[in-house]
Design a protein around this ligand. Sequence first.
Ligand SMILES: Cc1ncc(COP(=O)(O)O)c(C=O)c1O
Length: 410
Amino acid sequence: MRNLSNKEWYEKLERYVGGGSSTGSKKAVLLPEEPAVIQRGKGCRVWDADGKEYIDFRNGLGPVTLGYGYPELNQAIMEQMEYGFVYGHPTGLEAEVAELFSKVVPSAEKVRFLKTGGEACSAAIRLARAYTGKDHIIQIGYNGWLNSLASGARVNPREVSKGAPLGVPQQISDLYHAVRWADEEAIKNLFANYKGQVAAVIIAADYANMEEGKNFYPFLREITRENGALLIYDEIVTGFRIAMGGVQEYFGVLPDLSVFAKGIANGMPLSVFCGRADVMDMLTKGATVSSTYGGEALSLAACKKVIEIYQRENICRYLWDAGGMLWSQVNDLFDKYHIPVKVKGFWPCPTFVPQEDAPDNINSSFFRLAYKHGVSLYNVSYVNFSHKGEDIAETVRRLEGAVSELASVL
Ligand SMILES: Cc1ncc(COP(=O)(O)O)c(C=O)c1O
């Protein structure tokens, strides 16, 4: 790669890449503190083009759960690379990994692979419509850019549309209904207003308020059953994090279909949609979902190894414990320096929530100073298996520098 500075890479990205980055949420918005590009990662750390090192809690925006350049995983990927990775026929790995998935995800009787989370959510929506013969979709949370179609939908994790999202015809948008997490009244009203027309509720959790899932998931299960609609869990953030089987394992309420992506292959591009066999069998009854890269073998080899490591090392337990250790100390720092922000949610995927009296942009001000002190954060921040005790202690020291500096300017 050419030896350019952060600033020069930023300018080149702006000049040649549509929107400045292929992933909206990765584009640097807090320059000069935020890295414009990352040149390498190892374990829980990344380095930018100016050679600055960060302890990283973005983890690729979620998928990296074991760590960057994880040796055992690299080995599994390289072994597969020797034999090629996309053929004109299925691979045995496809069957093997699907079988493994059906053992770790409670509702997964049958499994299919794609490359991105949003694509897998679209496939699940397609199946739900095919199975029920109905058209309307109720959406809770962000399910990927190609499913953000409702007026007021979360069009990317940081942005909500006003009216139908730009580029989406109103007639299509009218079939999608964005609802806030735990808004039971709105959901009841939609089922009443579109009686017999709702194909599915698809839900991604509100990471700050996940404990409310204890009541909300049973509510959704009941109302979808009563109305002949399917329930789809978007487990892209929760799967392989709060439990391997995500919220369905944690809360014990099973969906009809679910979608996994981040976390299942430590960053290799792989997504899964899975669920009831009778619904998945719509794939052989005319509901087409197909992609040349669906069963690409490097990612499947990675996923197989990830499942083995998760089971051997009890990774989800680690993410809870290490997350608890870090985020509770970060909350102590916020208290100590009177910063009106709280880390809220389940420890493997919590989020920074500004408190009532917080100044505008408090999260951005904090993130900017965290970068300055060598810690990379995001609204939802994650520990991975390579954040060991010393890394967490070092993070707290670095963040104390950031928080005390923030306190002096508030
Ligand atoms: C809950 C959730 N669903 C869907 C997606 C979309 O996944 P992808 O970006 O792989 O298409 C994301 C991505 O951030 C997500 O967090």
